[in-house]
Design a protein around this ligand. Structure first.
Ligand code: NDP
Length: 292
């Protein structure tokens, strides 16, 4: 199918581009970008994700710092680690893996990270910058989506974009980015009336809901670009589990002009964009141009 957006290949290209720029930064300025990842507790999905991040960080020539803390860690202990990382000149990006254990206030921790090292783009300062269109750090998953959309469609100006989901980490920043691209943006959520009708209006449909295969082919306008952010693990008929998105791929792919699959669509772009953000911040903090 030639309408599939290959996120895996796109992410591999982006990582290769980042690696080339990291090599230039090293040889011209002796700067090695560093990414610190903090994991509190034993959540298996988070452990896999952190391992992948560390591996890809090293593969692009950056330094990876992993801090694994027990799930009994107190808020003060975590804050004190963040103080240390904020002050460490070899660290240009800090990522605290979410969710955090109950005794820790996520928002307080995220807002304790230096905004310049907040490579997830979740600090209030970066959230505010994105909302008013000022340069700042953009959250990785929506950044990956917008990169793929620009590549697939070119100029997005004037397109009607519908975002399904209004979370702070995907839906809202996605809507802000689409607005910056001069789309007419509609944000929908669990209280939206006639969701199918709203989706059918979309030239660009972004699904970030967390409900397996909720959006069917007859919710998609013929020719629309469909970006499926959802990652849902469901039990298949053979008893094994498999990953599906928030879009029913088999029916939607017959109607869409462009569509991201799950797996292999948005997912791989998230870590690639994290590495991209870390490189950008290493340059910014050291006051040097990002290599061409
Ligand atoms: P949240 O649970 O934080 O938000 C889900 C949003 O979907 C909410 O705004 C909710 O509305 C809306 N929603 C829920 N049910 C419906 C419904 N029936 N109709 C319309 N809207 C509905 O999820 P996230 O944004 O964090 O994640 C969304 C999906 O994306 C998940 O599958 C997650 O795993 C995946 N994800 C993938 C990433 C990646 O590719 N790397 C990164 C992050 C997330 P309301 O606000 O009204 O409750």
């Amino acid at each position: 199918m030639d309408n599939i957006i290959d996120g895996k290949a796109f992410a591999a290209n982006l990582r290769a581009e980042v690696a080339a720029k990291v090599a230039t930064l090293k040889s011209q300025h002796s700067i090695v970008p560093g990414l610190a990842v903090v994991l509190v507790g034993e959540d298996p999905a988070s452990q896999v994700y952190v391992r992948n991040k560390g591996k890809q960080t090293v593969e692009t020539g950056m330094q990876s710092f992993e801090h694994k803390l027990p799930d009994t860690t107190s808020q003060d202990e975590l804050m004190s680690l963040i103080d240390t990382l904020n002050a460490d000149d070899s660290v240009h990006g800090i990522l605290v893996q979410l969710p955090l254990p109950k005794q820790i206030q996520e928002a307080a921790v995220i807002n304790h990270i230096s905004p310049e090292k907040d490579v997830d783009g979740f600090h209030l300062s970066n959230v505010g910058r994105l909302a008013i269109g000022e340069p700042g750090i953009v959250p990785c998953t929506p950044l990956g989506c917008i990169m793929m959309l620009r590549d697939a469609l070119g100029d997005l100006s004037g397109m009607h974009a519908v975002v399904v989901g209004r979370s702070n980490i995907v839906g809202k920043p996605m809507a802000s980015l689409l607005l910056q691209e001069n789309c007419t943006v509609e944000i929908t959520h669990s209280r939206t009336r006639n969701l199918q009708e709203e989706c059918l209006r979309a030239d660009i449909l972004v699904a970030a809901v967390g409900r397996p295969e909720m959006i069917k082919g007859d919710w998609v306008k013929p020719g629309a670009a469909v970006i499926d952010v959802g990652i849902n693990r469901i039990e298949a008929e053979d008893g094994k589990t498999r990953l599906v998105g928030d879009v029913e791929f088999s029916s939607a792919a017959k109607v869409a002009g462009k569509i991201t699959p799950v797996p292999g669509g948005v997912g791989p772009m998230t870590i690639a964009c994290l590495l991209h953000n870390t490189l950008q911040q290493a340059c910014k903090i050291n006051n040097v141009e990002v290599p061409a």
